[in-house]
Ligand binder design. Structure first.
Ligand code: NAI
Length: 466
């Protein structure tokens, strides 16, 4: 049986399903094919369940600190099966929400695996064992990414785990080793340290969160050290041996080899694109050397009629909100609207460790490399009244601006709830406001957002509370 659509979306993560909704809004007859669950990795294995876990970790930490505020708490312990029920409730509520949105927008959903048989035909092996074929005027590839490992280190799902495994682990490991201090590595290190694991992180580059500003990495490493999380930087994992009770890792750092014992090892060394079995080559969709789909303009692939967005097109930045916005632009392009690719310098990056990290744009070093005369403003949360009230005084806001006109080039935040503070900077950047406008805007007192205001004032030599 053949069904004809203006758009067939392959993959229903935050890229695919948002693209499908935008297409429906534009009057396109739309279908979406998903072999797992609507909502994709973000909703079922990534952003949402991990943030639920981090919320548990934060509540546990808060309960431990409660006596300092005069709140008596008898004892703090974590019941992981109750934690998982809370996590599953959160995920299933949002999952039902996405199902509702598909119905509300009249989007046909197909539970199965899609394969391109030509530029305008998509074959679907349905999960119930049957098959169908969809005719498509346009196709959007939104198949996302999956965890990858080192060539010699197989993920066994028991001792050597990806983040997909770790998020639903049934007990808190006594000793957790984490390979890679990127976003996933530091988020899980942070969460499991709060849940009671003894955590060692092994990072091959000289600092944790190497893509962030150097001051951010230093602040996170300091906070982790204070929390008892061991971060071995410039360190390389040489071997992993299974022992009767767990794992014995051998790690080389500064020419010395040291043994690290662990019950479990989380491998968080990046993710790779999901393109196998899609039939890309047959229809002329080119991929790059790493297997990511090549695109140009508003996410057009090398095959006319086929667009691609999200993790499947680039390793950086692999973010849900990036995929969603790319999908909107791709669909608008299909519909004949003027559509341009995203400005990746105005995309927020949020890492939900404790303390949180948020940033966008250029680091100070990158701004200098690009030849800018740089003006930097900083403000520490230790001088912010709301941070004192929260009892979370670590971290700072750092603004990197162009010295001539005050153009905001980047913002780098570490500290309490900073993932909720970064949108101010994003909006400023998007409307081409400068540090002068941020400094002139009235910020409520007492709020954490005052630290953003003060950092802008600092860049202008007018900081107040320092
Ligand atoms: P990543 O690229 O952020 O970090 C990987 C880290 O592993 C890097 O620091 C790298 O230097 C290190 N590494 C690579 N090979 C290594 C080796 N052999 N030994 C030791 N260290 C090694 O990738 P990650 O953390 O796996 O995350 C994947 C993607 O998912 C990222 O693009 C990330 O942005 C995204 N993500 C975003 C989240 C968020 O927005 N909060 C949460 C989780 C993931």
């Amino acid at each position: 049986m053949q069904d004809a659509y203006d758009l067939v979306v392959i993959g229903a993560g935050p890229g695919g399903y948002v693209g499908a909704i935008r297409a429906a809004q534009l009057g396109m007859r739309t279908a979406i094919v998903e072999r797992d669950k609507l909502g994709g990795t973000c909703l079922h294995y990534g952003c949402i369940p991990t943030k639920a876990l981090l919320q548990v970790a934060e509540v546990a930490e808060l309960a431990r600190r409660a006596p300092q505020l005069g709140v008596r708490v008898e004892s703090v312990s974590v019941d992981l099966s109750a934690v998982h029920r809370y996590r599953e409730r959160t995920v299933s509520t949002l999952h039902r929400g996405v199902e509702y949105l598909m119905r509300k927008n009249g989007i046909a959903t197909f539970a199965g695996t899609a394969r391109l048989v030509s530029r305008d035909r998509v074959h679907v092996s349905l999960n119930d064992g049957s098959e169908t074929e969809l005719r498509a005027r346009h196709v959007l590839i939104a198949t996302g990414s999956r965890p990858r490992s080192l060539p010699w280190l197989a993920l066994d799902g028991e001792r050597v785990l990806s983040s997909d495994h770790l998020v639903s682990l049934q007990e808190v490991p006594g000793k957790l080793a984490v390979l890679g201090a990127g976003v996933i590595g530091v988020e899980f290190a942070s969460a499991f340290a709060s849940l009671g694991s003894q955590v060692t992180v092994i990072e091959i580059l000289p600092r944790a969160l190497p893509a962030e500003d150097e001051e951010v990495s230093a602040a996170v490493e300091k906070a982790f050290a204070r929390r008892g999380i061991r971060v071995l930087t410039s360190a390389s994992l040489k071997s992993v041996e299974r022992t009767p009770t767990g794992l014995q890792l051998s790690v080389e750092k500064d020419g010395q080899v040291e043994g690290v014992e662990a019950d479990r090892l989380l491998v968080a060394v990046g993710r790779g694109p999901v393109t196998d079995g899609l039939g890309l080559e047959e229809v002329g969709v080119e991929v790059d050397g790493q297997g990511f789909v090549r695109t140009q303009g508003a996410y057009r692939t090398t095959a006319p009629g086929i667009w691609a967005i999200g993790d499947v097109i680039h390793a950086q930045p692999m973010l849900a909100h990036v995929a969603s916005e790319e999908a909107v632009r791709a669909v608008e392009d299909m519909a004949g609207h003027a559509a341009a690719p995203l400005d990746y310098d105005a995309v927020p990056r949020c890492t939900y460790c404790s303390p949180e990290v948020a940033s966008f744009g250029l680091t100070e070093a990158q701004a200098r490399e690009r030849g800018y005369e740089v003006r930097v403003g900083r403000f520490p949360f230790s001088a912010n009244s709301k941070a004192l009230i929260l009892g979370e005084r670590e971290g700072f806001v750092k603004v990197v601006a162009d010295a001539r006109h005050g153009e905001i080039l980047g913002m780098h935040l570490v500290g309490p709830r900073v993932t909720e503070l970064v949108p101010e900077g994003i909006l400023a950047k998007s409307v081409e406001a400068t540090i002068h406008e941020v400094a002139a805007a009235v910020h409520a007192h007492p709020t954490l957002a005052e630290a953003v205001h003060e950092a802008a004032l600092d860049a202008l030599g007018r900081v107040v509370h320092l």
